[in-house]
Design a binder for this molecule. Structure first.
Ligand code: DAT
Length: 179
């Protein structure tokens, strides 16, 4: 049964991070439709509001203006009940998040996903390396208390289902403990 909004009156602020292609937005949209959480994709927000401060020629992508992202999100964060997606999380204020989920995908799966998204050459290689070296997991562990950082495997549709259940459970527990 879908969860009613009343069950989701929560102040929780969760982040979900991971290398491009691990499944953040897929999971985010499902989660938003099953819960009352507000789903915020920092990438989409930056695109809509043009929160950029230049262009990276090497990676052919705009450079995020982190300070303006933080300003834009401040009000929503104060309200709570949000889940924020971005590949990294080291520039967010530490107090913003009660829980940080790091999605992880094995190389073979990730390679195919990024290739079919049109990534190639250096961009493809660097993103695969980022996952191999667990760069974003380590970044999360350095930026937040270790106890709030959770890794979730995201290889198969079964993983997606399990992750949804787990995240819902963690957030329900947090809400119980903090009301
Ligand atoms: P991200 O938002 O992290 O860049 P995405 O949600 O766009 O990633 O997912 C990239 C692709 O992988 C997309 O085609 C959906 C697929 N995918 C995501 N999670 C998956 C999972 N757990 N099992 C199988 N495929 C998945």
């Amino acid at each position: 049964a879908p969860l009613g909004p009343a069950r989701w009156r929560t102040g929780v602020r969760a982040a979900r991070v991971g290398t491009p292609g691990v499944g953040k937005s897929t999971l985010g949209k499902e989660l938003a439709s099953r819960t009352g959480l507000t789903y915020i994709s920092v990438g989409d927000l930056a695109k809509e509001e043009e929160l950029y401060e230049g262009f990276d020629e090497e990676y052919e992508c705009p450079i995020l203006d982190e300070d303006r992202v933080i300003d834009e999100l401040e009000d929503k964060m104060r309200e709570g009940g949000v889940i924020v997606d971005y590949h990294g999380c080291d520039f967010f204020p530490e107090h913003w998040f009660h829980i940080v989920f790091v999605l992880r995908t094995d190389n073979s799966f990730l390679y195919d996903r990024l290739e079919s998204r049109g990534y190639k050459g250096k961009k493809l290689q660097d993103n695969i390396q980022c996952e191999i070296f667990q760069t974003l997991y380590e970044e999360a562990m350095l930026s937040y208390r270790k106890e709030i950082v959770h890794q979730l495997p995201s290889n198969t549709p079964e993983d997606l289902e399990r992750n949804l259940d787990q995240i819902v459970q963690w957030i329900e527990q947090w809400t119980k403990d903090n009301n």
